[in-house]
Design a binder for this molecule. Structure first.
Ligand SMILES: [Zn+2]
Length: 255
């Protein structure tokens, strides 16, 4: 069986921050890698200095995702065609095209079809908290998990991204100390004991940094207030919970 990894996330940039270094590593090891994105991130933030407008953001972010994936070596990029649902409680939730309003059966069918067409050895997606609770993150978690259980081959592995609470706490403390408003909510991440893999992807920090830079509309001001050590850590360490399949040796998500 060809070694294949599928990274299935909700918005352009989720893949880079969650598993970018691991995807670049998979490519370097000769794996086939497919990135699946449920939406084009139409209602995300727009960083100052970029030319995107609310009307063009979806197109811009589609190109950003393709450029970020290219930086990681990933050329197979697929969109599921839904619209960004926005944060909980925003009017965008009500848009009939919003991902949260899609039929779960239909999305699961689409994903299961892709898992049969491109049989993965490893699938990556969000944990049930969706890192910080974005409704699209929680939806892709549910849909990917159901599709995996229906269509993945025996022995395939399902890995959830899992930022340890201790790391989340450190980020929160640094931002508060710097007087930053906004940024990630105070209580995110998963309990440290549920983190099964701490993957060292420092050999792929440079492609990951380029992929982060490719998501220019999503550069967040708060990240500049993190310590150098913390920013380096975000480029060099990726965290996973093993939801299905064997736990790997040597903290290697591709083992
Ligand atoms: Zn997202």
């Amino acid at each position: 069986m060809t070694n294949r990894a599928i990274a299935a996330f909700a918005h352009p940039d989720d893949e880079t921050f969650s598993v970018g270094g691991t995807l670049a590593r998979a490519i370097s090891l000769g794996w086939q890698v497919t990135a699946i994105c449920a939406t084009r991130g139409e209602v995300g933030e727009i960083a100052p200095g970029t030319n995107a407008t609310p009307e063009t953001l979806g197109n811009v972010r589609e190109q950003e995702l393709r450029a970020a994936c290219a930086a990681l070596g990933v050329t197979d990029v697929r969109f599921l065609g839904y619209r960004d649902s926005g944060m909980d409680g925003t009017p965008e939730n009500k848009d009939r095209r919003a991902y949260v309003n899609a039929s779960a059966d239909l999305v699961i069918d689409k994903l299961a079809g892709l898992f049969r067409e491109l049989p993965p050895a490893v699938v990556f997606t969000f944990d049930e908290s969706g890192i910080y609770g974005h409704p699209d993150h929680k939806a892709i978690h549910r849909h990917v998990t159901a599709a995996f259980d229906r269509a993945a081959a025996p022995g395939a592995r399902l890995l959830y991204t899992a930022i340890p609470k201790s790391v989340a706490k450190m980020i929160g403390e640094q931002l508060r100390a710097a007087g930053v408003r906004g940024g990630p909510p105070g209580d995110f991440g998963v309990p440290d004991e549920e983190v099964d893999i701490r993957a060292d992807v420092s050999a792929f920090a440079e492609p990951k940094r380029k992929a982060v830079a490719a998501h220019a509309t999503q550069v967040q001001e708060w990240q500049a207030h993190l310590s150098n050590e913390q920013r380096t850590k975000m480029l060099t360490t990726e965290y996973f919970h093993v939801a299905r399949g064997s736990k790997p040796r040597d903290d290697d998500p591709l083992a």
